[in-house]
Ligand binder design. Structure first.
Ligand SMILES: *[C@@H]1O[C@H](CO)[C@@H](O)[C@H](O)[C@H]1NC(C)=O
Ligand SMILES: *[C@@H]1O[C@H](CO)[C@@H](O)[C@H](O)[C@H]1NC(C)=O
Ligand SMILES: *[C@@H]1O[C@H](CO)[C@@H](O)[C@H](O)[C@H]1NC(C)=O
Ligand SMILES: *[C@@H]1O[C@H](CO)[C@@H](O)[C@H](O)[C@H]1NC(C)=O
Ligand SMILES: *[C@@H]1O[C@H](CO)[C@@H](O)[C@H](O)[C@H]1NC(C)=O
Ligand SMILES: *[C@@H]1O[C@H](CO)[C@@H](O)[C@H](O)[C@H]1NC(C)=O
Ligand SMILES: *[C@@H]1O[C@H](CO)[C@@H](O)[C@H](O)[C@H]1NC(C)=O
Ligand SMILES: *[C@@H]1O[C@H](CO)[C@@H](O)[C@H](O)[C@H]1NC(C)=O
Ligand SMILES: *[C@@H]1O[C@H](CO)[C@@H](O)[C@H](O)[C@H]1NC(C)=O
Ligand SMILES: *[C@@H]1O[C@H](CO)[C@@H](O)[C@H](O)[C@H]1NC(C)=O
Ligand SMILES: *[C@@H]1O[C@H](CO)[C@@H](O)[C@H](O)[C@H]1NC(C)=O
Ligand SMILES: *[C@@H]1O[C@H](CO)[C@@H](O)[C@H](O)[C@H]1NC(C)=O
Length: 848
């Protein structure tokens, strides 16, 4: 055998071996050199990056320095006799990068405990080499951005006591075969198992029964498990923590949960269709005497008598029964449970009765009665009994007595949510006493008067939501001095004043729309580096220009400055300053100049509305980089261009409005496959288009051929609370839609110079609700095929050169409310002007 060239790593390990040998003899309590090198190389293979939530402050690997004893390094534990690294705890260490299978981590063979949780391994796969840590008793990879299959080699870790692969955001998945191998055959010592948010959609629930019966903690939250719960869970007699929430479990909760007598915490919330029968409940209640936390949110308990809740374990400290369909009177004596700290009964809208004002548990710190009809008498007695309360959720509930002044005595409050009630009057100044308050939500009431100065003492406030009230006066400047404020929503009030003065620098969310504010956009806004949402719409008197400094807001996701009096040119950087921007609405202003012409690749724009300005020039072809665009509204400007065929390739475009511009030429698409196939509103009215109607498109407008049964409001996916709005001619009337139903289908080609006949293929567009071809130069007969458009509510063919008889088939248009055929040369029916008809009247006229 000749010499084969040693690879670098082989020779290093040979040398290391010698070193190792040496070091274990000479100074046995120091770290073995090979271990030290492995750790340093491991450290080098990652960068340090603060996480988005930046709760991790301390990169442990910073203390790892060459030439020092690795056993003294942060997060490293050694066997003091051998110098082997036996424990590595790098939880929350800001590591970022890929964990490759060749990582030197896997040279640390002696590891017994390994915690890499809360780092960012950039969707690394969990290497099968993890299976080589044969002495591992603890493995924690939670919340660390691993992806792919959990390797079946994990099953070699037969000494594991604790395994946590949770919270990798459904990117990890576990095959049934691995599950069986992993958890059944070898891992007999397992006590704690957390696979929350690992995709286990193919694992059948019954195979859970194969888990070791000595488990003390089993957490399988949001694992996509589906089907009936195993019927003999009772075998896990040692379980203290069981969480199966957020799966698709169905059926009744089996009786034999009663045998889980050691349970301290039970979570079954947010399953698809799980129910709890009174008998099971009774048994569970009787036997689970150690229970401290019970979360049955969304489990159907409609047959369980609310009063029986009182029989729950007297150790209970947290009870969550939101959306359980409970009906009857609120069980006032629930506070006989002496340790109850947290009670959530929200979304039980058949729960009535009243909330007791005395004999409450004096440790109650969180109360949620939102969306119930339980009467809460906010009186002296109650207030003095709620002194420990930190979280008070009473959204859309039944609070009786509108004098809120005594609330100022609940000085422990961190969150107060009284939104969507019927409060009238002013906010009491006593709320200024609640100095711990971080969230104050009083929106959707009838609060009036000034926003009180006393709120200026709430220095911990992060969220202030006062929208949908009758507040008047100016926006007090102290709001902007609140150091922790991130979320400020004052929309839909009667606030006045010049906003240019506003000064703040930590806002993430600002909505001041629908007030009576005036003045220019405050320049301080552009310093809010973290701003994600800026809505200043509908103040009508906001003036001045939009500074290009707005493009410094790199995290902006939503910008709505519509319905104001902003002037000047549109900053050209708006198309490419942020890849996070989903909504850009500058409609209804006096903006001039051209449309931003550079839209960056991979942008997130879903809604682009520049309607109602004075924009000139052409439609920039780079709009096709907006591959997520659903709404493009450039109507009511001065755009001079031909038909923008390139828009056909926008795969998600649902609404295209180009009306009232100076567009001209013919419209003879499509030029590509699948063009405009998602389009639901196509409005190119009031331009100078000529020649024949765009017959080619009629063959590809697939969305207009299909009825949408699912009525939802159209809105941004990346910013779910933003619903789209649009203005258009609806049934002959200019209408502003604040919300757009997903079922809408409109084709408006009116006020152009289209010539020739109405083609027969138009009959394909069966889902159309509104068809407007008026004010063109169309000739020929009205096709009887129009009678196939049975969903039409409005049909306008007026002011053309149509001849012949009105076809009888139009009688089939049973939803038609508006029919306008006037100003044509139609036979015998010249008296027909605009008809606004119910179906019966239309019939009557047909039979004249
Ligand atoms: C993270 O993953 C992305 C996508 O696979 C890759 O482009 C990038 O280089 C990775 N970053 C690191 C630091 O490994
Ligand atoms: C480990 O593997 C990765 C990916 O295959 C490679 O980029 C890297 O250079 C390797 N590192 C070492 C030390 O061999
Ligand atoms: C694993 O543990 C056993 C028993 O404590 C020990 O004899 C063995 O050397 C360990 N193996 C490694 C690789 O550390
Ligand atoms: C990850 O696990 C550690 C240790 O068990 C735990 O303290 C931490 O809360 C977990 N982190 C997350 C995000 O679940
Ligand atoms: C069980 O573990 C041993 C070593 O710990 C390993 O040899 C064996 O392959 C494992 N069995 C399974 C089914 O993974
Ligand atoms: C979960 O896994 C199933 C089966 O492999 C797959 O069809 C599904 O898309 C996965 N779900 C997620 C959210 O990744
Ligand atoms: C339980 O494990 C055995 C093998 O140990 C296997 O044959 C059986 O299918 C498993 N049961 C379930 C329900 O997966
Ligand atoms: C309660 O638990 C015991 C074991 O501790 C068990 O024998 C019994 O069946 C359980 N059920 C009831 C209703 O007591
Ligand atoms: C609450 O505080 C007010 C003063 O703001 C006081 O008059 C009232 O007695 C207090 N009520 C209770 C229940 O402590
Ligand atoms: C604000 O509203 C209050 C109560 O409705 C009213 O008394 C007051 O005059 C109003 N102030 C202004 C400036 O409109
Ligand atoms: C409309 O088109 C016809 C035929 O192309 C042309 O003769 C007529 O002048 C055009 N009318 C207008 C108003 O542009
Ligand atoms: C239109 O209606 C006629 C008669 O009702 C029918 O024969 C024809 O197939 C329909 N056309 C389409 C495209 O459905």
């Amino acid at each position: 055998m000749g010499f084969s060239p040693l690879s670098l790593s082989q020779s290093i390990s040979f040398i290391l071996f010698l070193f190792h040998f040496h070091s274990t003899i000479s100074s046995s309590h120091f770290c073995a050199l090979d271990q030290s090198l492995s750790l340093l190389q491991f450290k080098e293979s990652f960068s340090i990056r603060s996480s988005a939530s930046d709760h991790c402050q301390h990169p442990k690997t910073e203390s790892w320095k060459e030439g020092t004893d690795c056993c003294s390094w942060d997060g490293v534990t050694c066997d003091m006799k051998t110098g082997h690294v036996t424990g590595l705890d790098l939880a929350c260490s800001m590591l970022y990068g890929t964990l490759h299978p060749n990582s030197t981590l896997f040279s640390l063979h002696h590891l017994q405990q390994l915690d890499l949780s809360d780092n960012d391994f950039n969707s690394s796969h969990i290497s099968s080499r993890f299976g080589q840590f044969s002495n591992l008793t603890l493995l924690n990879l939670n919340y660390s951005v691993f992806a792919g299959q959990v390797p079946s080699e994990i099953s070699h870790l037969s000494k594991l006591v604790s395994l946590d692969l949770s919270d990798n955001n459904l990117q990890l998945s576990l095959e049934p075969i691995s599950f069986d191998k992993l958890l059944v055959r070898n891992l007999t010592k397992l006590r704690e198992l957390d696979l929350s948010s690992v995709n286990m959609s193919l694992v059948v629930p019954d195979s859970l029964m194969n888990l070791s019966s000595s488990l003390s903690s089993l957490k399988l939250n949001y694992c996509r498990l589906k089907g009936k719960l195993p019927s003999s869970m009772g075998k896990f007699k040692h379980l203290q923590y069981l969480d199966l929430g957020g799966n698709d479990f169905t059926g009744s909760i089996p009786y034999d949960f009663e045998q889980l007598t050691e349970l301290v915490s039970l979570g079954l919330s947010s399953n698809n269709d799980l129910s709890l029968e009174p008998i099971s409940f009774h048994k569970i209640v009787q036997n689970l005497t150690k229970l401290r936390e019970l979360d049955l949110g969304y489990v159907n308990m409609s047959l369980v008598a609310p009063n029986s809740l009182t029989n729950l374990s007297s150790s209970l400290s947290s009870l969550s029964l939101w959306g359980c369909g409970l009906q009857g009177k609120f069980p006032g004596n629930i506070f006989l449970l002496p340790k109850l700290e947290s009670l959530d009964m929200s979304y039980n809208n058949r729960l009535t009765g009243s909330f007791p004002s005395s004999n409450l548990s004096n440790v109650l710190s969180s109360l949620d009665l939102s969306n119930t009809r339980i009467s809460v008498y906010l009186e002296k007695d109650l207030i003095s009994n709620l002194k420990s309360l930190e979280y008070m959720y009473l959204r859309n509930s039944n609070i009786i007595r509108s004098d809120l002044a005594p609330l100022g005595n609940l000085t422990q409050l961190i969150l107060l949510d009284f939104s969507s009630n019927n409060f009238i009057g002013e906010i009491p100044s006593s709320l200024g006493n609640l100095v711990q308050l971080r969230y104050l939500k009083l929106d959707s009431n009838k609060f009036m008067g000034q926003i009180p100065d006393s709120l200026g003492s709430l220095l911990n406030l992060r969220t202030l939501s006062l929208y949908g009230n009758l507040f008047n006066g100016t926006i007090p400047s102290f709001l902007f001095a609140l150091p922790s404020l991130q979320y400020l929503d004052l929309h839909n009030n009667n606030l006045i004043g010049n906003i240019s003065e506003l000064q703040h620098d930590s806002l993430v969310y600002l909505d001041l729309s629908n007030n009576h504010l005036h003045g220019p956009i405050p320049s301080s806004i552009f310093k809010q580096e973290n701003l994600e949402v800026l809505i200043l719409a509908s103040n009508s008197k906001l003036t001045g220009e939009i500074s290009s400094s707005i493009c410094k807001l790199r995290f902006l996701r939503l910008l709505d400055l519509s319905n104001n009096s902003l002037s000047g040119s549109t900053p050209l950087c708006l198309g490419n300053f942020s890849n996070m921007l989903s909504v850009l609405h500058l409609g209804m202003n006096n903006l001039q100049g051209t449309i931003p012409s550079i839209f960056s690749k991979n942008n997130s724009l879903e809604y682009l509305n520049l309607n109602g300005n004075e924009l000139e020039g052409k439609i920039p072809p780079s709009i096709i980089s907006c591959t997520l665009l659903e709404v493009l509204d450039l109507g009511n400007n001065k755009i001079e261009d031909t038909f923008p065929y390139f828009l056909e390739t926008l795969p998600k475009l649902q609404i295209l409005v180009l009306k009232s511009n100076k567009l001209q030429g013919f419209v003879k698409g499509p030029t590509t496959y699948n063009s405009f196939s998602k389009l639901q509103i196509f409005d190119i009215s009031d331009n100078n288009f000529s020649e024949s109607l765009p017959t080619g498109y009629f063959n590809s407008l697939e969305a207009m051929m299909t009825l949408d049964q699912n009525m939802i409001y159209m809105g941004a996916i990346n910013y779910s609370s933003y619903v789209y709005s649009i203005e258009m001619i609806w049934k002959g009337v200019k209408t502003k839609f604040m919300k757009i139903q997903s079922t809408i289908r409109v084709l408006d080609l009116s006020n152009n110079n289209f010539t020739g006949e109405i083609p027969k293929v138009i009959e394909k567009l069966k889902a159309l609700q509104q068809l407007n071809l008026s004010h063109n130069s169309l000739t020929g007969h009205i096709q009887s095929s129009l009678g196939n458009l049975t969903n039409l509510e409005s049909l306008d063919l007026s002011s053309n050169l149509l001849t012949g008889r009105i076809p009888m088939q139009l009688e089939g248009l049973t939803f038609l409310a508006i029919l306008n055929l006037s100003h044509n040369q139609l036979e015998g029916l010249t008296f027909l002007a605009i008809l606004n008809l119910s179906h019966t009247k239309w019939r009557a006229i047909q039979h004249l």
